[in-house]
Design a protein around this ligand. Sequence first.
Ligand code: S3P
Length: 431
Amino acid sequence: MHQQVSPASSVSGAITLPGDKSVSHRYGMLASIAEGVTKIANYSGGADCQSTLACMRALGIDIETKDGVVCIHGRGLDGLRPAAAQLDAGNSGSTIRMLSGILSVQPFSTTIGGDESLSRRPMQRIIVPLIEMGGRIEARENRFPPLTIHGGKLHPIEYTLPVASAQVKSCVLLAGLFAEGQTTVHEPLRTRDHTELALREFGADVEVRGLSITVTGRPKLQGRELRVPGDLSSAAFFLVAALIVPESSLTIRGVGLNPTRSALLDFLAEMGARIKILDVTSEGGELVGDVLIQNSGAVGRVRGGILEGARTAALIDEIPVLAVLGAASEEGLIVRDAAELRVKETDRIATIAENFKRMGLAIQLHENGFEVPGRQRFHAAELDSFGDHRIAMAFSVAALAADGPCIILGADSASVSFPEFFGTLQRVTQS
Ligand code: S3P
């Protein structure tokens, strides 16, 4: 699908966002291995999270959706059944990596694959710890999907992550849930902790000490009622839209504000963005609140900044849209330590650079990052998602500040995390 996006004179109004993608995946998987019914409100309608539900259904779990609430009939730790065919994780790295932890401990074998993009993404990072736990996994060229996972009894391990990855941490913790004893993961940097919080909600024993997380195996997980907070990574597109279009004022209600995710708000505030957070509450162990952003003529451009080290890791999903903001800022944006961008749904350093070139925007590339000068003019162009949801949405936002209408090729890829994106964008933009 091609989508035209026209320049905007203001971004205003109040919106709510689909449920957080990371939290939805975890609730979907844990509810399936818990006992009894779990009802999940605001579960992400994005294709990625639907892939997780489809995989759980194929493993024998009854799931229905009533009045927007996903109802999962959990069958307990030992209740999954062999799938009749290869599981399809679609475009979703979270599905294949986290579910592999659960599949490794089943008394049956499963093959799981995905689309062309997923088939190029590195799986060694989960294969190594699962083999250390006693798992048996075959992969294309030993590192790419599809994976054939020969399930069996695994033993607990203590594992130090070589890359800061919440998906890998979660994979090991989920496998550890089924092992007798305690499994510990040491992280090099703090990554999103939704798995730890969700495990506790379902009744598991999880201990967090600094950067080490320990889960005790064979807990009794209990189904429950949950609500998924709005996705802060999806909010990022609208926050940046409000910052690059003058005379904007936007309220985003019910957004997840988990401290391992909210570095975005700190970074924007440091750049000089006027952001307020109201009505913070806690739901299922996750902080949730309303985010207000204002950009009147008096505030003008944000300053720009540098992303490196732990901050790059914390903002890795937001970097495409922050690159756009950087080009509109006073001083530009420098991104370092972002090698992981090369192995996302696309090589995001390359796909950001290509779209910058098409809009006549300067960018200097490095192996693990890039530099974007500030105060640039955005020219109308034909832009390309390259099938990557975050690239589609980041450059739709860039188009709002262009000197004429832009076309986004492959705009439908936004539906991987945010099917309502273009409708919501249209509702809050005034031409
Ligand atoms: C995610 C973790 C991150 C992130 C991805 C979702 C998760 O990936 O980029 O969009 O839900 O755990 P890595 O674990 O590869 O860093």
